[in-house]
Design a protein around this ligand. Structure first.
Ligand SMILES: [Zn+2]
Length: 351
């Protein structure tokens, strides 16, 4: 049995996946990262003449902004989500390093023109190189390293791994790949396989939203709870059908209209860029429940109130809530002028 390990430069891959969507001619194209390791393994196996190859593990090294302007919170949340899915759903080994943005906006276009700040990527390349070399030096850890990379900085790493007697395959993206990696004659002696262009295997990598049946867990669901959907809930998250989600949206709007006159004010603040300040976690007690409308309020020790809806609960059923129990939550919107804020990720507080 030939063992292979995959080492992915996540920062490079994350910022270049849009090129794959372009190459596929479909802006809605998404890579199925659950399939990627198996597809790469198959490519290597095919090049070896249908050899029996075992994929041991997939490592992904990435970076995430830290200390950034809070207006970009959502962009960062999407990136964290991307890494989180790889770890939770697909069992990647993920290592993430912070990039200090010194309170600036993430996009250069959003920063002042005279600001010469350049974010510094730290550790990602070194961590990937260290990992690949470390396992190359451990007997029987792997026979083939598949590097999903584009940067020529990795040249010495690839050469060293080969000197240790391991075989190297490179998977990359056209237009984002060092010419040395792409060189079919491989003058720098970097690889033992023809380069695997992700661009060429996109149909195998396409994330398909297949129709399947899922059980709606909403207490207000009407009819058969098994419904057809293309939506897959994340592990540990509850599934609500399209009808129920729309009903929740309607209830939320209604609740906001009735109970939170300040809502429109806070919406304006969000548009001005002051909203969406996520804090690590607050605690409070359930102060009031309105079961008919599936929402309630949490009071914190500082005497501030936060609105929450059934869909903001994590690991808790609305029917199980009683006034007075202690909960933990994140701030979706801050309270303003004596009016309630909004909570999300509300869960039982376990001291
Ligand atoms: Zn439903």
């Amino acid at each position: 049995m030939i063992k292979t390990m995959i080492f992915i430069d996540g920062t490079w891959l994350y910022s270049n996946t849009y090129k794959l969507s372009e190459a596929y001619g479909d802006p809605n194209f998404h890579v199925d990262f659950g399939k990627l390791p198996q597809v790469l393994k198959q490519e290597v196996s095919d090049q070896l003449g249908e050899a029996d190859v075992d994929m041991v593990r997939t490592y992904l090294f990435g970076s995430c902004p830290a200390n950034y302007d809070l207006r970009d919170e959502e962009m960062v949340a999407r990136r964290k989500d991307f890494f989180e899915i790889l770890r939770e759903e697909y069992h990647y080994e993920v290592e993430i390093f912070p990039i200090d943005f010194r309170n600036r906006r993430l996009r250069k276009a959003d920063r002042k023109p005279e600001d010469s700040f350049e974010p510094r990527e730290k550790c990602v390349d070194i961590a990937l190189a260290t990992g690949m070399l470390y396992y190359a030096a451990i007997p029987n850890a792997y026979d083939i390293a598949i590097a999903v990379i584009g940067d020529s900085d990795f040249t010495p790493m690839l050469q060293s791994v080969r000197r240790l007697g391991k075989r190297v395959a490179i998977a990359s993206i056209r237009g984002s790949c060092s010419p040395a990696f792409a060189d079919p004659r491989d003058e720098s002696r970097l690889k033992d396989f023809d380069i695997i262009w992700l661009d060429d295997i996109l149909p195998k990598l396409e994330l398909k939203y297949e129709r399947h049946q899922e059980r709606c867990e909403s207490p207000i669901h009407k009819g058969d709870p098994l419904v057809w959907t293309t939506y897959r809930p994340r592990k540990g998250k509850r599934f609500f059908c399209e009808d129920c989600r729309q009903e929740f949206q309607r209830q939320k709007r209604e609740a906001q209209g009735e109970m939170m006159e300040a809502w429109e004010e806070t919406e304006d603040e969000t548009q001005n860029g002051n909203g969406y300040l996520f804090e690590s976690s607050l605690t409070g007690i359930i102060k009031r429940l309105i079961p008919a409308k599936s929402f309630g309020f949490i009071a914190t020790d500082e005497g501030k109130d936060y609105f929450f809806h059934l869909t903001d609960l994590v690991g808790l059923e609305f029917e199980d809530l009683v006034e007075g129990i202690k909960v933990e939550f994140e701030v979706k919107k801050h309270p303003s002028a004596g009016k309630a804020g909004a909570a999300q990720n509300v869960q039982l507080h376990i001291p």
